[in-house]
Design a protein around this ligand. Structure first.
Ligand code: UD1
Length: 342
């Protein structure tokens, strides 16, 4: 019997790639998504890649009754991977209550559901944003959590705390929080990838949209930081590498290999890459000269952050396999494919 995994936010960027890896690893996958920032067709595309189209239920998990109804019909869920959340930093500053409501009520509902319907394991989508600007780089999991700069970031910090306390109070619930650095790229099939609605906030979709002529030029947010070339530094990892870590985290809990009931892992490459280096990588793999200009700093940006992923390397037996260029290449192939289609 295949074990059934519930993926919330399953038609989203990281959710869809994780669904593919789960199915390819032999799991049954059910997706829930309210399609706020994604398309139902993603489920078909996951089916095209894997040969098995996952069931998609379209509803909002902030609706407790609908979620209860789901659990009543799916008493055999073995674990939940909870991606469903808003993630636009800028929007969270102007609409904080939307962010607190959506990201926290959904999480509380999921945890209540786990208690009521005896679901033993959850993987939570967290972010390196919890570290703010770390004093020591690369950043390890025991680096201090800093006051959040945005309501979005705060929902990740509070989300982790809610999970930690819930696990402490319920001996039948285990959890893993995965702190992502900067996921980029797309599945090699170019059937799924990152598809932001409207103007992208994140660097790589902005680069690929600019290269296709959908945006006039990329603005580099600052070249006067204390970094070798003056632009900000991040740790960009391929989304498929990231997706695989979720499968490992689920199996770790289902196979009782976890050392603690609540565990936290950094997921990154361990390499810091500047904005200018990321652009060079894109230019290398696409053969396109990108139009860009340096503008002022973006409010709330962190100067430099990259992961120390050695805890995940050791404990999960996970590490990133794709290079920056390979990840960029898939982002570019995806952008071209999706625009051709639309
Ligand atoms: C941001 C959030 C992070 C969140 C993630 C989710 C902050 C500090 N961090 O990550 O918590 O999980 O989004 O989407 O807001 N850049 C440009 N021009 C652009 C876009 C970006 O120069 O048009 C630069 C940024 O200054 C940054 C880098 O590219 O140095 C990456 O930016 P982005 O992709 O937005 O990710 P983060 O800011 O790292």
């Amino acid at each position: 019997m295949k074990k059934k995994i519930l993926v919330t936010g399953g038609t989203g960027y990281i959710g869809s790639h994780t669904a593919v890896e789960l199915i390819e690893d032999g799991f049954e996958v059910v997706l829930i998504d309210n399609l706020h920032n994604s398309e139902a067709e993603v489920a078909e595309r996951i089916g095209k890649i894997t040969g098995t189209k996952p069931r998609l239920e379209v509803f909002d998990i902030c609706d407790r009754e609908k979620l209860n109804d789901f659990f009543q019909r799916n008493m055999d869920v073995s674990a939940i991977i909870h991606f469903a959340a808003y993630k636009a930093v800028g929007e969270s500053v102007s609409k904080p209550l939307d962010y607190y409501w959506n990201n926290l009520v959904s999480l509380i509902n999921i945890l209540e559901g786990m208690k009521d319907y005896a679901v033993p394991a959850i993987v939570f989508s967290s972010s390196c944003t919890v570290y703010g600007q770390p004093e020591k780089l690369p950043v390890t999991e025991d680096a201090p959590i800093q006051p959040a700069i945005s309501p979005y970031g705060n929902t990740k910090q509070i989300g982790e705390e809610i999970i930690r306390d819930t696990v402490a109070a319920n001996k039948n619930i285990r959890a893993v929080s995965l702190r992502y650095f900067n996921p980029i790229g797309a599945h090699k099939s170019a059937l799924i990838g990152e598809l932001p609605r409207g103007v992208p906030e994140n660097l790589v979709p902005f680069i690929t949209q600019t290269a296709l002529g959908l945006r006039d030029e990329l603005k580099i947010f600052g070249d006067d930081y204390d970094t070798p070339d003056g632009s900000c530094i991040r740790d960009y990892l391929h989304v498929v590498d990231l997706a695989k870590a979720h499968v490992i985290a689920v199996k770790r809990m289902l196979e009782n290999k976890n050392k603690h009931d609540y565990e936290v892992f950094n997921l990154g490459t361990g390499q810091g890459v500047s904005v200018l280096e990321a652009i060079k990588s894109f230019e290398r793999v696409s053969g396109i000269k990108l139009k860009y200009k340096i503008t002022g700093r973006r409010a709330g940006d962190i100067e430099k952050i990259w992961a120390d992923p050695s805890f995940a390397n050791r404990e999960l037996g996970w590490k990133t396999l794709s290079s920056l260029d390979e990840a960029m290449k898939t982002a570019w192939e995806w952008e071209k494919a999706v625009r051709k289609k639309n």
